[in-house]
Unconditional design. Structure first.
Length: 258
């Protein structure tokens, strides 16, 4: 024992041990490689947890599988979608965080459609609650005023089409004087009024889009996010081998979505 009597952190000197008294051995510390491995595992777990939190609440990646938004989004585009802006849903517990904003007229949104509530669709918001919408010869009207839509493409500029699923619109048609039987078509329908807390969406590739014309309004709680940026894009029919490099649409990568 030292003269000052302080033995904290010290081991007894074997020479000072009493005869027959076992000499305590130094404790063996945890091997360095074990500590490093544990720290690495902890870092990976924390990173995965953060990734899951970000994916569930902030931003998520989506792929565009069809041409319904062609002109703005192409089949084979990969998007980053801001999920927090409209109030992210906490997975597994059914709670939704407060939103930072509301869907705005004319913007592109990601949502669950009413006929396929487990899938994600991406379309352009063209009708707000209380709006009266109609289409005449492919021209969209909002509250009786023609809508300027420079982003719209028409693959069938001179044709029209009738689909039986559009019959749902008859329940929302605004009464007209001497109104005839309501017979909506792809390019001629309405006027219909958008109910409270509902939205009307259309694809930019207007003649080749499955949208609100066919399956109805989008509920506010079904709006999941706002597409932000194209982080990758390639032709959808990739082939094996180095040819995939030539199929990448380099000019689209990093493009903002408007």
């Amino acid at each position: 024992m030292h003269a000052d009597g302080n033995t904290e952190g010290l081991l007894p000197d074997p020479a000072e041990a009493e005869p027959g008294e076992p000499v305590p051995r130094p404790r063996q510390g945890t091997p360095g490689w074990v500590r490093h491995a544990a720290e690495a595992v902890r870092s990976v777990v924390l990173a995965l947890l953060m990734l899951l939190v970000v994916r569930a609440m902030v931003v998520e990646a989506f792929k565009i599988p069809t041409s319904s938004m062609e002109g703005t989004l192409l089949a084979g585009d990969f998007l980053l979608v801001n999920k927090a802006v409209y109030g992210a849903e906490l997975p597994g517990i059914g709670l939704t965080l407060p939103s930072f904003g509301e869907p705005e007229l004319g913007e592109v949104i990601v949502f669950h459609p009413p006929h396929e509530p487990t899938k994600h669709y991406v379309k352009r918001l063209v009708g707000m609650p209380g709006d009266t919408l109609s289409m005449r010869n492919k021209q969209l009207y909002r509250n009786g005023i023609p809508v300027h839509e420079p982003y719209v493409r028409h693959g069938d500029p001179h044709g029209d089409a009738v689909h039986p699923s559009m019959a749902w619109q008859s329940r929302f048609v605004v009464p007209q004087p001497r109104e005839r039987r309501y017979r909506p078509s792809r390019d001629n329908w309405g006027p219909i009024e958008v109910p409270t807390d509902r939205y009307f969406v259309l694809g930019d590739n207007r003649d080749n889009s499955e949208d609100s014309r066919y399956w109805g309004f989008v509920q506010r709680e079904s709006v999941r996010g706002r597409p932000w940026i194209v982080y990758y894009s390639s032709e959808p029919d990739l082939r094996a081998g180095v040819g995939w490099v030539r199929d990448i649409r380099w000019e689209r990568i990093g493009g903002r979505i408007r």
